[in-house]
Design a protein around this ligand. Structure first.
Ligand SMILES: Cc1cc2nc3c(=O)[nH]c(=O)nc-3n(C[C@H](O)[C@H](O)[C@H](O)COP(=O)(O)OP(=O)(O)OC[C@H]3O[C@@H](n4cnc5c(N)ncnc54)[C@H](O)[C@@H]3O)c2cc1C
Length: 457
């Protein structure tokens, strides 16, 4: 296990690696905030906390770089977060995209990312093998202390049940170690072990999809400037529409990321992703090279916890960020940008709360995190959960992206904005106003309902 900490000063200098046992002697098992998990959520939270001058300890069970099952695609909103984190997106390794291409029923339509100015007018792709490594280095350069190969095994709590740190095992020999902090951020992904151990169960009424991806070498597709989505995939076993969609995302390094995601189908249960993918690949032109002999990885799958399926997002000193809080969009399956944005919101909330003495005042300030993520995404996710349940899980994406819809450029642009959460206040154009108007009509969960929900759990 290694602890990485920034050489000081200046804060942006290269990180040093320090023996953790020396750290124990100097009392570095104590911090103002512990972040569990160094994916996009954890690195974003740690980076923004460190920038605010907070002493933050980032615990990661793996060693980086490492693979993470993902589609590797970022919409402009995600690019914006990277820029806010100071990531050099002009460095080699990033592939820019112009927009999306939707394919359905033999038709295709191109939707360029909006150029209005609210967000960058391009998206990015990068394999998670590199991506997460870039982000965690950025967090360390900002001042976060990083402990690799350190797996949090359970919360430490006080008599009142408030989290005061985590137990962990470190290194190949699994040395037990305790870390202490008055605030802990759970960014440990879909497994959400820290949240579960604090009694925060998943809401079974909210959607959880499964997605699988595989890398292929494809000279024909690797520099495609569009993220390609297929809406008319058919399940292998039932020959019914896939309750999800397929994607081909260019990586610009000779490879493409090909995958598909699906909700459990209302009519016929779990989807066989491997067989469905095989069937889909036979539809691809042979010159794209998406064949077994060009495969560059196994087909791997993972869960997508969606639509705030674990709440409340704050309880007893613990904040849930990213997949651990079920923050994947029920509209699109995107989760990286939500993870990074929520990481920033969590960091800001905690940095402000730490200026108050511990007690009810600080507690009220920490509760603001749940209020803020609900203000940002509550209505949009509520509507998305309903659409996922009534439309995507029964009929897939074909009802939204069929021939008739594709024939209308305005409808297509509106849908694209809705699916990728590409609108913000203030509205940029008429499409923004319409999308925002629709989302605003969704009733927000009342404070009372949220409080009851929190008590119930
Ligand atoms: C097949 C697939 C395709 C996807 N495609 C896209 C896409 O194209 N675009 C997009 O935006 N989203 C996509 N997603 C969703 C996206 O991958 C996730 O939403 C995102 O990774 C969430 O980030 P996170 O930081 O919350 O969690 P993770 O990225 O899962 O990071 C969690 C980290 O915590 C660490 N950890 C776990 N447990 C512990 C522990 N006990 N102690 C210490 N460390 C721990 C893990 O090692 C990991 O590094 C896809 C998901 C899947 C499955």
């Amino acid at each position: 296990m290694l602890v990485q900490r920034p050489a000081a000063p200046p804060r942006t200098s290269r990180s040093q690696q320090v023996d953790p046992d020396e750290d124990a002697a100097t009392g570095d098992h104590q911090a103002q905030v512990i972040v569990v998990g160094a994916g996009p959520a954890g690195s974003a939270a740690a980076l923004h906390l460190a920038r605010s001058g907070v002493d933050v300890l980032l615990l990661e069970k793996g060693t980086f770089p490492r693979d993470k099952v993902c589609g590797d695609g970022l919409t402009p909103r995600g690019v914006q977060q990277l820029v806010r984190m100071g990531v050099d997106i002009d460095a080699p390794g990033w592939m820019r995209t112009k927009g999306m291409r939707w394919v359905c029923e033999g038709r295709q339509v191109h939707i360029d990312w909006p150029s209005s100015g609210a967000h960058p007018d391009f998206g990015l792709t990068r394999s998670r093998h590199d991506f997460d490594d870039v982000l965690v280095r950025q967090a360390v350069a900002a001042g976060a202390r990083l402990c690799m190969e350190t797996k949090a095994t359970g919360p430490l709590t006080d008599r009142a049940g408030r989290i005061t740190g985590v137990n962990s095992v470190a290194g190949a020999d699994k040395r037990p170690r305790k870390y202490h902090a008055p605030v802990v951020i759970a960014a440990d992904g879909a497994s959400a072990r820290t949240a579960l151990a604090m009694g925060l169960e998943r809401d079974p009424g909210k959607p959880i999809a499964t997605a699988a991806r595989r890398y292929y070498r494809s000279g024909a597709r690797t520099h495609d400037p569009y993220l390609e989505l297929w809406a008319d995939l058919v399940c292998s076993r039932t020959a019914r529409d896939l309750p999800g969609y397929g994607w081909i995302f260019p990586l610009g390094d000779g490879r493409v990321n090909v995958g598909l995601g699906a909700l459990p189908h209302r009519g016929h249960g779990t989807v066989d992703l491997r067989a469905t993918m095989d069937r889909w690949l036979t539809r691809m032109p042979s010159h794209w090279g998406l064949r077994e002999e060009n495969a560059d990885s196994p087909l791997l799958s993972a869960a997508l916890p969606m639509g705030f399926n674990r709440t409340p997002q704050y309880r007893r000193g613990l904040l849930l960020v990213g997949d651990s809080g079920g923050m994947v969009s029920p509209w699109s399956g995107e989760g990286i940008v939500q993870a990074m944005e929520a990481g920033e919101v969590a960091a800001e909330t905690v940095a402000l709360a730490l200026h108050r003495p511990s007690g009810p005042g600080r507690e009220r300030a920490l509760h603001q995190y749940a209020s803020e993520v609900n203000r940002r995404w509550g209505r949009y996710y509520r509507l998305g959960n309903t659409v996922a349940d009534l439309v995507f899980a029964r009929y897939g994406y074909r009802p939204l992206l069929n021939r008739r819809v594709m024939a209308s450029p305005t409808l297509v642009r509106t849908l694209a904005r809705l699916l990728t959460h590409g609108t913000d206040a203030p509205a940029d154009d008429l499409i923004d106003s319409v999308v925002r108007g629709v989302v605003r009509m969704v009733p927000a969960p009342s404070r009372r309902a949220r409080a009851l929900d929190a008590l119930r759990r």
